[in-house]
Design a protein around this ligand. Structure first.
Ligand SMILES: NC(=O)c1ccc[n+]([C@@H]2O[C@H](COP(=O)([O-])OP(=O)(O)OC[C@H]3O[C@@H](n4cnc5c(N)ncnc54)[C@H](OP(=O)(O)O)[C@@H]3O)[C@@H](O)[C@H]2O)c1
Length: 289
């Protein structure tokens, strides 16, 4: 594995006692279609993971539900033994059904099993950060997280988890979790066109808690906006680059985990996230209005 060759845009952020690059990598797209089964190009998937680390990325987001097990096993094959600087963030709280759905699995025994499954598939003794995934495929849903979150707190006390976070959560659930134990991140859907969490992001920034947007590029439906295309054309950049640069600029506690199965896109995204946007912010901010 080579020495990181590039200073990544955005610098670093502390997740508890761990430091990660604000530019991370989301591994979900490495599994097969609709995140089920193996990738069409296995060698290509391994190459993307190695390239991420070679570029200096120290934050990889995954879940044993991707594939299931596929992305964790690719991460292990590509990168184990892991560099000390690399932090792999996983999530529990959902499983997969035969149709590729994501049924919730948040009973204490289900969560314990998922934590042990992640330890095994990633070949780790301790998971650096585990997010409790709440809600469902439609988004966050109200309701207490206490029993599920307390189960993860117990597993942390047993030394199996270093830090905790929540995902797909309402602002009330974030507050409830913080009343039970410290969290170091919230991972929710957010991008230029979906800004429901604006207030939450600002509150978390004050608390020193990271906000990690999933679907930063629109996920399965790429971001499309005439204003975004116009800004990208003016800057001679791709819309993806502008969307990532805007997120880094939006708040210092935002960490990026864009997904890609292409080393070329990965390099393009890293380079593009460093774009300077000062003149274009109002136009971009207006996209969600
Ligand atoms: N907590 C949760 O419930 C949850 C839910 C969803 C996702 N996540 C996490 O969030 C991460 C990011 O989400 P995501 O990967 O689904 O969505 P995303 O990052 O918004 O978008 C990924 C899509 O963008 C394409 N793409 C990336 N760079 C590109 C470029 N330079 N040019 C053209 N296309 C490009 C990718 O295609 P190519 O492969 O062709 O590049 C892929 O189809 C996931 O990997 C996962 O770790 C979490």
């Amino acid at each position: 594995m080579s020495t990181p060759s590039l200073a990544l845009p955005g610098g670093t952020w502390p997740l508890g006692d761990l430091t990660v690059t604000r530019f991370g990598y989301g591994a979900m797209q490495l599994a097969g279609p609709w995140v089920m089964g193996p990738p069409a190009d296995r060698e290509g998937a391994l190459a993307v993971l190695r390239e991420a680390v070679d570029l200096g990325i120290t934050h990889i987001d995954t879940s044993d539900a991707y594939g299931p097990r596929v992305t964790n096993e690719l991460i292990r094959e590509a990168l184990h033994p892991y560099p000390e600087s690399l932090h792999i963030v996983t999530k529990v709280g959902a499983t997969r059904d035969e149709q590729g759905g994501w049924p919730p699995a948040r009973r204490p025994e289900e969560l314990r099993r998922q934590v042990h499954d992640n330890l095994k598939s990633l070949r780790l003794d301790v998971l650096d950060l585990v997010n409790l995934r709440l809600g469902n495929a439609e988004g966050p849903q109200p309701g207490s997280l206490a029993e599920a979150f307390e189960t993860l707190v117990e597993l942390r006390q047993q030394g199996l988890i270093r830090h905790l976070g929540v995902s797909n959560a309402t602002a009330e659930q974030v507050t409830e979790a913080q009343g039970i134990a410290p969290i170091v991140c919230v991972q929710n859907m957010y991008n230029l066109a979906h800004r429901h969490d604006d207030e939450l992001i600002d509150r978390l920034a004050t608390d020193g808690v990271a906000y990690v947007p999933f679907f930063p590029l629109g996920g399965f439906t790429p971001l499309q906006s005439s204003a975004l295309s116009a800004v990208a054309a003016r800057l001679e950049a791709t819309p993806m680059s502008v969307a990532l640069a805007w997120l880094l600029r939006r708040s210092p506690n935002i960490l990026l985990i864009p997904g890609t199965s292409s080393t070329a896109h990965l390099r393009e995204n890293v380079a593009g996230a460093g774009l300077s946007l000062s003149q274009d912010l109002t136009e971009l901010d207006d996209i969600s209005r």
